[in-house]
Design a protein around this ligand. Structure first.
Ligand code: MG
Length: 443
């Protein structure tokens, strides 16, 4: 009777991991320990340590957590009929609903969906809870939005008694059980690839891009997948016959720089999966802004001012909810031929107040209103800092203290009675009508 060939199992490092119980193992189909089929297997599984964690359909998941009766129902988080979809759950996505889609279209596709108004204050709180769990895992957490972050787990094996992959499995399990929302993991050896990976297997995903398959993974992907390549550049490149990342790789660096300037360097390196950006812990948000696109282009200052106020209020509301204050106000305008204009004003002290954001934006707006028409208006705050230093009394502007008092009083009433309970005189119906811009999250 022929003997079975010896199995080299004992000499090999287990390259599979159960995503439910965290058991490291050789098997790829089912977990030896708990029988789960959610087993991730990869030759580089235990040697990769840069991760991107992204909560799944975050706003919608938070709402479902708080209303369990909606667990199996399509849920859309978004504004009224004229607004857009801020987030939608995976059941709503089965009907074709997507983030940033106009609400009326979403409801045509999925009329039975439960529509919930966005509650940014709640999402910010839950997002912070998620971040605390991440920070308990490693100090190197770089939040890039309310519900996603990069984590560098290099050198944490001893601390956590296992590879970064296993630590990540445990972290997302804690996010699920302690906070009640799900998240997806992308694991690789740099930020660019980790971010791409987290999107590959949503929801509750765990996707890996290892060194061995980087080039073959990237080659057929569209150029727009490269960090920093927006719609305009992608269209330009496509016009020049460059559609895939593989095609970029066929070009010399010199040629890329000649065609695309400083972006050419980035294209050269990223197309090879090279990204040396570190995971740097910093303030979770670099800026908070809000914008609107008009149905009809506007040129008159008073029309634009009228549109500016609700945007300033929205930005202020998110700053107050997220406990941020901004030192720089940025105005954004787009002309009918899509030319983008941005203007900044640094303030003497950080602000959270809609009134100060509006007034600064209005000054910037005045300088631009010279008869040109605009299709888009936006306002935002940059250089976010601690709100404790925000809005000290301004001796040069005695009216400011009074206006700040009024605004805080309105905030208090709104917090008790709801957003529309009271409004300041400027919150009048819009002149130009608008497509609406609700906060829109990724995936
Ligand atoms: Mg997300």
């Amino acid at each position: 009777m022929p003997a079975d060939p010896p199995t080299p199992v004992s000499s090999q490092r287990p390259d599979a991991l159960c995503r439910d119980c965290g058991q490291a193992q050789m098997a790829a189909r089912r977990c030896d320990a708990c029988g789960s089929v959610r087993v991730v297997k990869h030759a580089e599984l235990h040697s990769l340590s840069i991760a991107h964690i992204d909560c799944d359909a975050f706003y919608a998941s938070v709402e479902k957590r708080d209303r369990p009766e909606l667990a199996d129902e399509p849920v859309i988080v978004g504004g009224g009929h004229r607004g857009v979809v801020s987030a939608c759950c995976y059941i709503a996505r089965l009907y074709g609903v997507r983030s940033a889609m106009p609400m009326f279209k979403a409801l045509q596709l999925c009329p039975q969906a439960t529509v919930i108004k966005p509650d940014m204050r709640k999402y910010v709180t839950v997002g912070r809870d998620v971040r605390v769990l991440m920070q308990e895992t490693t100090p190197l957490v770089e939040a890039i939005s309310i519900d996603e972050a990069f984590l560098d787990l290099t050198g944490t094996e001893l601390l956590h008694g296992g590879s970064p992959a296993r630590t990540l499995v445990r972290l997302v399990r804690r996010i699920e059980t302690e906070i009640g929302v799900t998240a997806s993991i992308g694991l690789s050896y740099n930020k660019f690839l980790a971010k791409l990976a987290s999107d590959l297997d949503k929801p509750r995903g765990f996707a890996i891009i290892g060194k061995a398959e980087t080039l073959s993974f990237l080659a057929p992907r569209p150029v727009g997948m490269i960090w920093g390549v927006g719609k305009a550049l992608a269209t330009k490149m496509e016009g020049e016959g460059i559609r895939t990342i593989g095609q970029i790789r066929e070009m010399e660096m010199k040629e890329l720089v000649r065609r695309y300037g400083s972006m050419g360097m980035r294209l050269y390196h990223f197309s090879r999966g090279q990204d040396d950006r570190r995971v740097t812990p910093h303030s979770p948000m670099k800026s908070i802004s809000s914008e609107t696109t008009f149905n009809t282009d506007l040129s008159a200052l008073e029309d634009l001012e009228r549109e500016l106020w609700p945007l300033a209020e929205k930005v202020s509301k998110r700053m107050k909810a997220g406990e941020h204050a901004g030192l720089t106000v940025t105005l954004k305008l787009k002309t009918p031929d899509f030319k983008l204009i941005t203007r900044n004003q640094r303030l003497t002290s950080p602000t959270q107040l809609a009134d100060r954001i509006f007034r600064t934006g209005r000054d910037l707006l005045r300088a631009e209103c010279d008869g040109r028409r605009f299709r888009l208006l936006g306002i935002g705050c940059h250089d976010l800092t601690d709100p404790r230093d925000a809005d000290p009394p301004d001796l040069a502007d005695p009216g400011q203290l009074q206006r700040a008092k009024v605004e805080r009083a309105i905030d208090t009433v709104r917090a008790k009675l709801g957003g529309r309970a009271i409004s300041k005189g400027r919150g009048l119906p819009a002149a130009g009508g608008k497509a609406g811009r609700e906060p829109v999250e990724g995936t």
